[in-house]
Design a protein around this ligand. Structure first.
Ligand SMILES: Nc1ncnc2c1ncn2[C@@H]1O[C@H](COP(=O)(O)OP(=O)(O)OP(=O)(O)O)[C@@H](O)[C@H]1O
Ligand SMILES: [Mg+2]
Length: 314
């Protein structure tokens, strides 16, 4: 659905996007993450045809945003990070105004607007003036606006910023419903745990370059394999048992475990031999009561990828 080829954008001498290549498949709920200033908004604005790249190109469903921005625009619904609304309009009038601008016929409009007000949980605000809506409601109204022309691709730049936890949960429900409608969604946010539950894929951008792009589960699984193992015994073992536990780990994995507490060890390395190790420990009579690897959250993965990159830059 999205194909970026050496997409580059400069602001004067500042290189905001450094020739990124990116592939986002149809139907993906794709998280776009990265620190402040990474280039997320820049890339999204180019994809939404609101800004031209300095060089390179991006295709939306095969249509070039450089060669054919008019056609590309019809395929994209865009919700910017900061937006204004016309205060002296009612919610339905606001959507009606945009529907008119988009050339949606009067007959279709009412049905579509009511459908979108329903989807974004604003039906009971249909007749309310926009300036009387809460921030979260305005954000949902803006989302409804982005969906008016039934775009294949939805680009949402921090759609849940400034929302309280309940409003964010509601936004998340709406987005997952939009995902189940088969639309491709590219969504940037700094609230990583929420993105991880919502999204199927992720791209990590930093200083205008792609650090990682792929499926969230692959990424987490890869990281989980690298997390250290925690081993804890029920009660403090005597030195004989402790010695035998350490010898067992040493023999099987070839590494010396780090004893972090009298009853606990941290064992670095990958997960392939976990089952064998547990069986061996039980066989030698160790009273194992905890044997786990931390689950890698998108947040941890993000920090990890950034750290790896920082090290490889050195
Ligand atoms: N209109 C502009 N003029 C000059 N520089 C800009 C402009 N817009 C963005 N930049 C610069 O380009 C870089 C990328 O900015 P961008 O807004 O794309 O980052 P972002 O990843 O969206 O960050 P955030 O998480 O803070 O929203 C930043 O260094 C920013 O200062
Ligand atoms: Mg931004």
């Amino acid at each position: 659905m999205i194909e970026c080829n050496k997409l580059t954008r400069r602001y004067g001498r500042m290189l905001a996007l450094d020739g990124i290549d990116l592939h986002i498949g149809a139907g993906e709920l794709h998280a776009f993450v990265g620190p402040n200033g990474a280039g997320k908004t820049t890339a999204m604005r180019i994809l939404a045809t609101l800004m031209r790249p300095t060089s390179g190109d991006a295709l939306v469903d095969g249509v070039s945003v450089v060669q054919n921005p008019q056609r590309a625009r019809q395929l994209v619904g865009y919700m910017p990070d900061f937006f204004g609304v016309y205060d002296n309009l009612k919610a339905w009038e606001y959507l009606d105004l945009y529907a008119g601008c988009m050339g949606i016929g009067a007959k279709d409009r009412r049905r579509r607007i009511d459908g979108l007000l329903g989807l974004t949980a604003l039906t009971d605000k249909r007749e309310a003036y926009v300036d009387g809506l809460s921030r979260g409601m305005k954000q949902r109204l803006c989302l409804a606006r982005a969906l008016l022309h039934d775009p294949k691709l939805l680009i949402l730049d921090e759609p849940a910023s400034g929302m309280d936890p309940r409003a964010r949960a509601q936004m998340q429900e709406i987005l997952s419903e939009i995902g189940s409608m088969g639309k491709t969604v590219l969504i940037s946010s700094h609230i990583l745990p929420e993105l991880a539950t919502l999204c199927t894929h992720a791209t990590i951008l930093d200083h205008g370059s792609v650090r990682f792009s792929g499926s969230v589960s692959e990424l987490e699984a890869r990281m989980n394999m690298r997390e250290a193992l925690t081993l804890r015994l029920a009660g403090e073992p005597d030195e004989d048992m402790a010695g035998r536990v350490e010898a067992c780990v040493q023999e099987l994995l070839g590494i010396t475990p780090e004893r972090t507490q009298p009853d606990t060890w941290r064992i670095p390395g990958e997960a392939q031999k976990d089952a064998q190790l547990l069986a061996a420990l039980v066989a030698l009579g160790a009273p194992v009561c905890d044997f786990h690897r931390e689950h890698a959250t998108l947040e941890r993965v993000f920090m990890e990828v950034m750290r790896d990159e920082a090290q490889s830059d050195l």
